[in-house]
Every structure is written in C-alpha cells, then in structure tokens.
Design a protein around this ligand. Sequence first.
Ligand SMILES: NC(=O)c1ccc[n+]([C@@H]2O[C@H](COP(=O)([O-])OP(=O)(O)OC[C@H]3O[C@@H](n4cnc5c(N)ncnc54)[C@H](O)[C@@H]3O)[C@@H](O)[C@H]2O)c1
Length: 341
Amino acid sequence: MGYRIGIVGAGFIGRKRAETARAHADCDVSMVYDTDGEAARVLAADCGATAAESWQEIAAGPVDIVVVATTHDALASISAACLEGGKHVLCEKPMGRHPQEARRALRASCEADRMLKVGYNHRYHPAVQQVYEACVSGQLGPLMNIRGRYGHGGRPGYDREWRAIPDRAGGGELLDQGAHLIDLAKWVLDDFAEVSGYVETHFWDMEPLEDNAYGIFRTVSGQIASLHVSWTQWKNLFSFEVHGRDGYAIAEGLGGSYGPEQARIGRRRPEGGAPEEKILPFTGEDVSWALEWKDFLAGIEGRGIPYALGGEALETLEWVYRLYEAARKRRAVDVSFVPSS
Ligand SMILES: NC(=O)c1ccc[n+]([C@@H]2O[C@H](COP(=O)([O-])OP(=O)(O)OC[C@H]3O[C@@H](n4cnc5c(N)ncnc54)[C@H](O)[C@@H]3O)[C@@H](O)[C@H]2O)c1
C-alpha cells in the first residue's frame, strides 16, 4: 500500500519528517504547506510535491497521512481538522499549547477513527530503548527513581523567536524539552500521583515564559522522578538515569551537539564495591525518526500500538500543566487537578 503524505509546517522538524517519510518505500510526500510560502515551496520542490495554498487544502486533499510540525499555536487545530478530514496524523509534541486544545484533537481522532500519534522521537533512540528494556526486563530490580536532565543554551536572540512568544508557544522550556522528559519518565515508572517544583526565568528576556523548570514527580507507589530542563544549559545535555534496587540504566547524549549517544547499564554487587557496568555506544546516525515513522505506519496497518498516541500525549501535557500549577501555588499538585487551559 502506498501512502500520500502531506506536511504542514516546513521548518526544521517538518523537513526532517518529510525526509524520513520519503526514505520509506511506501511513502510519497505529495503536498506541503507553510505560512511562510517560500519555506513551503523549497521543501515541496525538494520532495517533488505540490506547495498547497492553505492547510485546509491538505486537510481536504488527496493525502492519507498529515504531519503537523508547526509552531505550538497551530498544532492542535490543524491536527483536529485533518483527522476530521479522514487523515491519520503525526502531530509534533506537545500536541498543543495546553490540554484544552489537545483534547479537541484527541476527540477528532476518536470520532473519525483515525490515528493520532504525537512526535516523541526520544523513545526510539537506541540508548533510551536499552534503558527501557533494562527496566521492563526486571534486571534493575524494583525501580526507585529517575534523574532526568535535558537542555541547551539557546542562541543570540532566542528570546525573540517564536518559542519566547506566549501566544505562539503556550509555555516555555517545560512545555518544550520538559514534555520529552515527562513522556519518558511516565513511560518507565508507575502512574504519577503528584508533582511539585518550580519554573523560573533565570536568563532570557521571555517572561512570563520560563527558561528553566524543576519538577519532582511522585508515583502512586512512591517512586520519584526528578527532572530538570534548561535553556541555560550552555553545553547541550541529555541524560536520563533510572535507578532500581539491583542496578541502574542511563541514556546519555543524543548524538550531534548533545554528544555521543550511549547507554550504561550497571548491576549493584551485593558484596559492595564498584558495580558491574556495561557501556553500549550508538555512534551511527540518529535513527529515532525512522523508527518512529515505522512504528506509526505499523499502527495504521494494525500491526501494533505505537508509542505516544494522542491519549498518552494528552496525559503528558496534563502533567506539564500540573507542574505549572504546583510552581504557581508553591505546593504539590496531585492527579485530581485537571488542567482546564
Ligand atoms: N521531537 C523533537 O526533538 C523536536 C525538536 C524540535 C521541535 N519539535 C517540535 O516540532 C514543532 C516545530 O518545531 P520546529 O523546530 O520545526 O520549528 P520551526 O520554527 O523550525 O518550524 C515551524 C514552522 O511552522 C510554520 N508555521 C507556523 N504556523 C503555521 C501554520 N498555521 N500553518 C503552517 N505552517 C505554520 C512556520 O512558518 C515554520 O516554518 C514544534 O511542535 C516543536 O515543539 C520537536
């Protein structure tokens, strides 16, 4: 079966998704739209696709799948309209500026019976997969805690880009890179029960949006995930550590500016001393995008359930907003708080 793909948003990630889809034998990128007409024309030309006049043309057009990779303000509404138009949708994280609009996209997916997957490509990084396997196989013993750190240092003028405009971005670094860490922690641990923490604007001129977020999530069984995301991480960093009673598993680096990707899996020696540690380097190109695309297609074809479908992504967004609430109220917020915006 061949898939005709529409791309809405021809920026950094839209191009990456288009190239990933094109590399797949069954996929043909046939329509591209961006509010920046030139960006759309260039990507369309590179893909041998048509530059559409509007995203509505793609939502109603002859395509099977739409990738929505716009700024956050347009993610949910365009995804909802494409689902209503009968397309399957891969929407970029965080699926909307806030849970309210993300719920609309999820509802459209249920009503139209079309797949809505959200782009959480970090789950498909080989080092992260190793960590996940180590957790679910039981080799770490009962899991106790997670320490996740993710960040970059922006660039001159970062506070003038769309990520610093509240109405376009919806949130700051917590909503941006924080959503990835929350997605990973939620995937590995038991259900979250409550969160406390802070969101701060330490450096960039972007208030009320935060450039750093610090969250402590507690699960129903008492496991803790301590997550820190930062746009003042002057040397890019990704580190995701899981500790169990019998050992630990750590994914670090994502390749490129985030440093070489590797997994470290360690076993506590009952007699004490340095743990037995295995290091697994992943030095090739970033395969996460291709693996995520394959997972999405498998879901569409009924050959599996992809990671991070709309419902799961909505829960991640709700935890983002519980942390915003916790920071605002200066106290822990539990799962009974349902964010309405
Ligand atoms: N998974 C990841 O690691 C990762 C990394 C970066 C960005 N993202 C996500 O991808 C999305 C896009 O981010 P980006 O870095 O590519 O940003 P970008 O600024 O490079 O691209 C966004 C594009 O969307 C276009 N756009 C804005 N509103 C539009 C609309 N209504 N219709 C059509 N096009 C519109 C802009 O003109 C721009 O070309 C965001 O949701 C972001 O959070 C994910």
